[in-house]
Design a protein. Structure first.
Length: 342
């Protein structure tokens, strides 16, 4: 089987020569390969592609295109600053908004002004051999957090729902047009429309599920319907415990749930498989929070447990339940992906 055939077979619960495996991002590539050109966002990075071939993953991500319009230095197209400071020094673009009239003064990015052609070119390079997914994430809630600040955003969700909903709609309209442009550009080389939003914590949803249904559910259903219109399966990223809204996401049309952080869930892996395994494929499961502290043998044991439980009858893609971070050893990384026998 080709890598593409194997991963699609896993999602369709058809027989395959081995369990499919994949990864979101590997950040410790230098320690594995001994070379520095392993940047996962660099489309010209030959080192990162070599890394993926070494661990023998079945998919490739064609990340969303760069914005072609003008942006302030060190800021993204929404006007939010790039910073790994957990929001402590951010100046939020919409923090000043007190009314719908204030919001009308803000100009969102142009969804037509991205380099979609570059995505099409990259997808074509790999689509004959690998299952292609993209553009990745493209959130509503997380984008709102970058515009309002997370605390203020969650306060506004309850105290100023009209403003919150208007911002949600503004982001949705941009993202919908962006996704349609992406789908048209990449065409038949794309297998999975790859979207998501981080609305979960390790103890449950960040807000009451009724607020998910009020503000987000219909919009994610529209994204899924758009993907299906173009003949794509839906690959959805959401960290943490989202089991309270997982039935709704399934109803919206998702086919794959990433990252499946089993240690955060209120049910066992067997219960998860029994309750939802007929409807979606699980990707992830291997606890990255443990990986820096256990032996390669223990890594292989955990990977095998995931295969034995989540992989029954197909519907499972082996992988880490988040990024492979810098503090994870090369040995443990290779042990995880080497746990699969053909």
């Amino acid at each position: 089987m080709t890598h593409k055939e194997r991963q699609i077979a896993a999602v369709l619960r058809k027989g395959a020569d081995r369990v499919s495996k994949d990864v979101i991002v590997i950040e410790n590539g230098e320690s594995i390969l001994g070379r520095t050109d392993c940047n996962y966002f660099d489309r010209a990075s030959t080192g990162y592609e070599q890394l993926l071939r070494l661990i023998d993953t079945d998919g490739r991500i064609v990340f969303g295109p760069r914005y072609l319009g003008e942006t302030e230095k060190e800021h993204n197209e929404w006007g939010a600053p790039y910073a790994n400071d957990y929001g402590t020094t951010h100046q939020w673009p919409l923090a000043h908004v007190q009314s719908l009239s204030d919001l009308k003064k803000y100009k969102p990015p142009d969804p037509d002004n991205y380099d979609f052609a570059a995505c099409a070119e990259l997808a074509k390079c790999y689509s004959s051999e690998y299952a292609i997914r993209g553009p990745y994430h493209l959130s509503l809630f997380c984008t709102q957090n970058s515009l309002f600040g997370m605390e203020n955003n969650m306060i506004r969700m309850v105290s100023e729902p009209d403003i919150f909903d208007a911002v949600t709609e503004m982001i949705f309209e941009h993202n919908y047009r962006y996704l349609e442009n992406y789908l048209k550009a990449v065409g038949d080389d794309l297998d999975f429309l790859y979207i998501g939003d981080d609305v979960g914590t390790q103890r449950g949803l960040m807000f009451n599920p009724t607020l998910w249904h009020k503000f987000f559910s219909k919009k994610y259903r529209a994204y899924c319907e758009l993907g299906k219109k173009y003949g794509k399966m839906i690959w959805f990223h959401a960290c943490g415990d989202i089991t309270s809204i997982l039935p709704d996401l399934i109803d919206c049309g998702i086919d794959v749930w990433e990252t499946v952080q089993l240690h955060t869930l209120p049910i066992s892996p067997a219960e998860l498989k029994r309750e939802f395994g007929a409807d979606i494929t699980f990707f992830g499961g291997v606890n990255t929070q443990n990986l820096p502290f256990i032996t390669p043998a223990k890594v292989r044991e955990e990977a095998q447990r995931c295969i034995d439980v989540l992989g029954v009858g197909g519907g499972y893609i082996l992988g880490p339940d988040h990024h492979i971070k810098y503090d994870i050893t090369a040995g443990n990384t290779l042990a995880l992906f080497g746990a699969v026998e053909r």
